[in-house]
Design a protein around this ligand. Structure first.
Ligand SMILES: C[S@@+](CC[C@H](N)C(=O)[O-])C[C@H]1O[C@@H](n2cnc3c(N)ncnc32)[C@H](O)[C@@H]1O
Length: 279
């Protein structure tokens, strides 16, 4: 795919809708030898997902979502949607691509949930009223939209006062960024508190290190932020807490158990920023 560094927003949206129509996690589904979307196959995928991201339950108190209006943005294969649905929340899903929405609806149908809502749409132009949701969950999504500030503003607008959100976006100061461009990364990290946020659209090689589809194409748009940049983008919220998690398996890291890496390195130089917010 051609780089999207200079694309207009509607071109980014079309590229995203096409790229993410292949469910995020499809490569893993292949490795797990999943041939269908039967309850057994979905459970296998979800077990893998929740074991791979064992810290998720610390950020998402699913049991507390029972009866609450919950919006998930960026649905992918739907493992988090499944937990929200199973918790008895009023599930609402939004995704720019058709297949993740179809998967969420399929999961609702399997669970016998008839009042869930899952729509194909754009978080930059959300098809929901303001002050609607008790919870908004957006894992690995907002940094792909092409406009992270506007996406975060939308999350704020959609939440009720006192509502909570969890967003996960990629860290601009992770070990991977440090290894790729040590000086630029250190400069960006250290100047963070004094330099205001500006958009940083990643080039193809950088995007490729994070999200590729089964034929090896990189996600069309990805942005990285430091903790202080993200804090600035979230200043409309009354509470903001940002934690760092997740270590990959490139090069020598493949020799060390993931659990050890995530526990001891994740909180310092991890790939992902988990941002807990209260409106
Ligand atoms: C990396 S996947 C993450 C999926 C899932 N949350 C997970 O953790 O596996 C990103 C998802 O965000 C969706 N997405 C990208 N841009 C979007 C936008 N502007 N509005 C809504 N969804 C978007 C994609 O279609 C895709 O399903």
């Amino acid at each position: 795919m051609i780089g999207t560094e200079n694309m207009k927003q509607d071109e980014i949206d079309s590229c995203n809708a096409a790229f993410w129509d292949e469910l995020c996690g499809s490569q893993i589904a292949r490795e797990l030898d999943l041939k269908d979307n039967s309850p057994g196959s979905l459970k296998k995928f979800d077990d893998w997902f929740l074991e791979f991201y064992p810290y998720l339950h610390r950020y998402l108190p699913f049991a507390e979502m029972r009866g609450k209006r919950v919006l998930e943005v960026g649905l992918g294969y739907g493992s988090v949607s499944q937990k929200i649905i199973d918790a008895g929340a009023q599930f609402h899903g939004l995704d720019i691509a058709a297949e993740p929405v179809a998967m969420a609806l399929h999961r609702c149908e399997l669970a016998g949930v008839t009042d869930a809502v899952a729509l194909q749409g754009n978080i930059l132009k959300p098809p929901f009223e303001k002050n609607t949701f008790d919870w908004v969950v957006a894992i690995g999504c907002l940094h792909h939209t092409g406009n992270l500030p506007k996406a975060i503003e939308a999350v704020h607008r959609l939440l009720k006062v006192g509502g909570q959100a969890l967003i996960m976006v990629y860290s601009a100061a992770s070990y991977r960024q440090l290894a790729r461009a040590p000086l630029t990364t250190m400069k960006r990290k250290l100047s963070g508190p004094f330099a205001p946020y500006r958009g940083h659209t990643a080039e193809e090689a950088e995007r490729r290190a994070y999200d590729i589809n089964v034929d090896g194409t990189a996600a069309p748009q990805t942005e990285f932020v430091t903790k202080s940049e993200l804090r600035e983008l979230c200043e409309a919220f009354s509470k903001v807490r940002i934690d760092t998690e997740n270590i990959g398996a490139e090069g020598p890291l493949a020799k060390i158990p993931r659990a050890v890496l995530c526990k001891w390195l994740g909180p310092y130089v991890g790939l992902d920023l988990y941002c807990q917010l209260v409106k």
